[in-house]
Structure formats: C-alpha cells, structure tokens
Ligand binder design. Structure first.
Ligand SMILES: N[C@@H](CCC(=O)N[C@@H](CS)C(=O)NCC(=O)O)C(=O)O
Length: 126
C-alpha cells in the first residue's frame, strides 16, 4: 500500500508541484511593523512536511496567502527531521506544525485543516 502511494506520488508529484507553482496565491500585505511582528512569531514555528504531499501543499499555499515565513523541515529527504517528528510528535505523518511556546513547551499540531485553522486564528488580517 505504501509502495502504491509512493508510486502515485512519483507519477503525480511533478504535476502537483506545477499546479502549486501556477496557483501560488498572492500574499496579504501588511504594514512593515506588523509584518516584522508576524515574522518574529513565525520563528517559533516549523512545518514538518515534504514536497509532493498534497496536504502539505495545501498548508504551504495557506502560508503564502497569509505571507508567513515558516521553516520547512523535509521529512522525506532528512532522516533527522523524520526521526524528530516521530520521536517528539508521536507520528511520522505530515504535515505537522511544531509550535514552540514562550514557556518552553512544544506542541505538535497534526492535520492540515487544523494547521490551517491555527494559522488563520493567529495571523489572519483583522
Ligand atoms: N488527514 C491528514 C492526512 C495526512 C497524510 O495522509 N499524510 C501522508 C503524506 S501525503 C503521510 O504522512 N503518510 C504517512 C503516514 O501516515 O505515516 C491531513 O489532512 O493532514
């Protein structure tokens, strides 16, 4: 089954990446100070993902729509990232948003729809 999905991604991957590029949304414009505040907040976030995962593409597009610069950690090309996600997040599933809180705690948010909802709550323009 895993092999089937891997094969499907190999075949459809380039098409999905082309579609992602062609439908890249225009990011929201913020005042400089507001964007600086958002950029600083985004430094506490990291998205574990990989290029041809359709759920990851959905989250990346939302990040662009909201003009968010969030570190991308590729779990397909990096064994270190994959291992960190599994060990600390509890599952190898992507996308997963790592949220580092001010008190030092870390939250691992799975499910593309939940990640998108979180990003909108935190960063959608008023
Ligand atoms: N319902 C999840 C689906 C995520 C999903 O199926 N991700 C796949 C990659 S496209 C995955 O990580 N599969 C590996 C696994 O489940 O261990 C979402 O919307 O985020």
């Amino acid at each position: 089954m895993k092999l089937f999905f891997r094969l499907l991604r190999t075949i459809l991957g380039p098409v999905m990446l082309l579609k992602e590029r062609l439908t890249r949304p225009q990011g929201v414009q913020r005042a400089q100070a507001e964007q600086a505040r958002v950029d600083a907040a985004c430094q506490k976030l990291a998205l574990y993902q990989f290029n041809t995962c359709p759920f990851c593409i959905k989250v990346r597009q939302e990040m662009r729509r909201l003009s968010l610069t969030i570190a991308l950690r590729d779990t397909q090309s990096s064994a270190e990232h994959r291992q960190a996600l599994l060990a600390q997040g509890g599952s190898p599933k992507v996308p997963c948003l790592q949220i580092s809180n001010a008190d030092g705690s870390v939250k691992w948010l799975y499910e593309s729809n939940d990640i998108i909802a979180y990003l909108r709550t935190q960063f959608a323009a008023a």
